[in-house]
Design a protein around this ligand. Structure first.
Ligand code: RP5
Length: 177
């Protein structure tokens, strides 16, 4: 794990969301996923798992994530962004893909690399650079259960949505005033 990322992995908690990316250069975009999940009290682990530069480790990560207690994987990559799809091919967990924009092509290459998956191997793709929504989607996936922790998380999500709505209403009111 790179120095940039280590601080965001709780040492004494059990992460339930794995946030991985092809390079630490993706972190400025991907950090928003960790921030969003932090707002909901969801424990995450963060790491660089490159599909092209460390394929064996990437496959191992995907194969072992569920048995380690991870329940959702958020995977971000730029350019020829094969990481989310390859992880989805070896894990039964839901995978949320984040297209990371690079200097060329404005992230369209990343988006198309992630979104056009073959039937049977789904990746839930968010917008280019949409790591915050990836985090929020992971929180919603975790909130879909019926156990106490899931119900509590769902209540936090409902409060978040109510706040979002109130903010939008306030903006409209300010314009009308
Ligand atoms: C991709 O290549 C990574 O996800 C990153 O977006 C891009 C560039 O990586 P670096 O050359 O900055 O390490 O695999």
């Amino acid at each position: 794990m790179s120095e940039h990322l280590t601080d965001h992995t709780p040492a004494d908690a059990s992460p339930v969301v794995g946030i991985v990316m092809g390079s630490d250069s993706d972190w400025p975009v991907m950090e928003a996923a960790a921030t969003a999940l932090g707002e909901f009290g969801v424990e995450v682990e963060v790491d660089v798992v490159s599909a092209h530069r460390m394929p064996t480790e990437m496959i191992d990560y995907g194969r072992q994530a569920a048995s380690r207690g991870i329940r959702v994987i958020i995977a971000g990559a730029g350019g020829a962004a094969h990481l989310p799809g390859m992880l989805a091919s070896v894990t039964p967990l839901p995978v949320v893909g984040v297209p990371v924009p690079l200097r060329h092509l404005d992230g369209m290459d990343s988006l198309l690399s992630i979104v056009q998956m073959p039937a049977g191997v789904p990746v839930a793709t968010v917008s280019i650079g949409g790591a915050r929504n990836a985090g929020l989607l992971a929180a919603r996936i975790l909130a879909a259960g019926t156990d106490d922790a899931s119900v509590a998380l769902r209540e936090r999500m409902e409060a978040f949505q109510a706040d979002l709505s109130a903010q939008a209403h306030a903006k409209g009111a300010a314009l009308r005033a």
